[in-house]
Design a protein around this ligand. Structure first.
Ligand code: ADP
Ligand code: MG
Length: 440
């Protein structure tokens, strides 16, 4: 699907049905005439065109930027009739320091500091105060929903306020932008765009794997900015050395600078985060409830936030106050729902992918150390994240009976006690599995 049509689909989800039917339904993306950073849409009459221009042009540009990494000039044209009405969306053109992709609420002051994230936080703050010097590049890595994007954008927002030009892109947006400029033979514009910033923020670079050509281009962009003393910040769900297919020269560039990991929050930090989030959203939770949520929920902070919002919505809807019992019930339903949607197959796939073994090996009886370890982890996760009983899990993994499963569980629980790395790995895997499912 073309970017323009993707944008129209997204727009449909975001605006009231009646508005959509009235104005947007008849809006067509003109793929032939659009190019690079000019997005042309056609509608059937001038009134609609005007309305769309005032109401939606900015939104369209924003969605377009999310899809492609390019902030386009949006032009709404009418189909036929003598004078083509051109409405240039000047308001959306990248005004001085404006980056439409930074979330203004991702700041240092809204970030809760804890042991698990203090290194990353402190380095990020140092970078914001003094970019392009000590820690360049800054590479932040850690599991899903642990605050990487938040910290990265906190740097962006801080510098934006001081007048710097910030580019924030997910790696995917960088890639899309690159592909678009290649297609339209406008690579010089691509290069100008990236080389004219003070701070480059590239989020989720793990998707760079094996994209040879893009890695080349990224490498050049990186070097040029770096040699000009411009700050580069990168995030990833894993350390550079664990990004499969990352070329060595980039790996070593990333390791030149500062590597800072964010770990899953410990209980205390989770409690502080829940307090802060509910406060920011104006939701009243007493200490008992906060403690309950902190122990019951996993470490993905995005999910924790989502759960708090859901609880609040339910309480409004049912006109019931948020008591501990109310929360217990709400959470139970929610956790059960979630458990049901996670299958052992999906767990095995993710464990296999992360630990570099084959899914079929995990399900086999092979005894190689690496495979045994992966199998044990998969069993542990299956027991914790799905509603399957021990005998059911035994059948799945082709084991004698449930005692083999309880033995494996015991074994891994013992190891977790003493092996911090394994503990973190399991947290990360659980996060990944849960996020994957909640996104479906
Ligand atoms: P990641 O990029 O690591 O997947 P995000 O930065 O998107 O995670 O964080 C997910 C959500 O959790 C965001 O809404 C973010 O504001 C919130 N969050 C994460 N860590 C913290 C923290 N330490 N304090 C406050 N909010 C946090
Ligand atoms: Mg992120």
């Amino acid at each position: 699907m073309s970017i323009g049509n993707k944008v129209l689909n997204k727009l449909k989800e975001e605006i009231p049905q009646s508005e959509y039917n009235r104005y947007i339904k008849n809006l067509k993306y003109d793929e032939k005439s659009s190019r690079g950073d000019i997005a042309i849409f056609i509608t059937n009459n001038i009134l609609s065109a005007k309305w769309i221009k005032t109401r939606y042009a900015k939104k369209i540009a924003h969605l377009y930027e999310i899809e492609s990494g390019i902030i386009p000039e949006v032009i709404i044209e009418t189909k036929k009739g003598g004078s083509k009405s051109k409405f240039k969306n000047i308001a959306v053109k990248n005004k001085k320091n404006e980056s439409t992709l930074l979330n203004p609420s991702f700041t240092f002051s809204t970030f809760v500091l804890g042991e698990s994230n203090s290194l990353a936080y402190n380095v990020a703050e140092a970078v914001a105060k003094n970019p392009g010097s000590q820690y360049n590049p800054l590479f932040i890595y850690g599991g899903v929903g642990l605050g990487k994007t938040h910290l990265m954008q906190a740097i962006g927002n801080y510098r934006l306020n001081l007048g710097d030009k910030i580019i924030y892109n997910t790696f995917e947006q960088f890639l899309n932008r690159y592909t678009n400029h290649i297609k339209t033979k406008t690579m010089d514009r691509f290069r100008d765009y990236y080389r004219n910033c003070d701070i480059l923020l590239i989020d989720d670079i793990q998707f760079i794997s094996r994209k040879e050509q893009t890695q080349d281009e990224f490498f050049h962009t990186f070097n040029e900015l770096h040699s000009l003393g411009k700050q580069i910040v990168i995030t990833s769900d894993r350390a550079p050395k664990k990004i499969a297919g990352l070329v060595d020269r980039l790996k070593s560039r990333f390791e030149w600078g500062m590597l800072a990991s964010i770990n899953p929050p410990e209980l205390e930090t989770k409690i502080a985060i829940i307090k802060k989030k509910s406060e920011l959203d104006g939701i009243k939770l007493n200490d008992e409830i906060v403690n309950f949520l902190a122990t019951k929920l996993g470490s993905n902070i995005r999910e924790i936030e989502g759960t708090i919002i859901k609880i609040n919505a339910m309480s409004n809807l049912l006109r019931q106050p948020i008591t501990l019992d109310f929360v217990k019930n709400a959470i139970e339903d929610y956790l059960n729902e979630k458990k049901k949607s996670i299958t052992i197959d999906s767990i095995v796939d993710i464990v296999a992918q992360e630990l570099n073994v084959k899914p079929s090996d995990i399900k086999s009886k092979k005894r190689a150390k690496k495979i045994v370890e992966a199998r044990r982890i998969a069993i542990y996760l299956a027991r914790n994240l799905t509603p399957n009983s021990m005998p059911q899990i035994a059948v799945y993994f082709g084991m004698k009976d449930h005692s083999a499963i309880s033995h494996a569980m015991k074994k891994i629980e013992d190891i977790i006690e003493s092996d911090e790395n394994l503990k973190v790995l399991i947290e990360e895997l659980s996060n990944k599995i849960e996020t994957l499912k909640s996104n479906i």
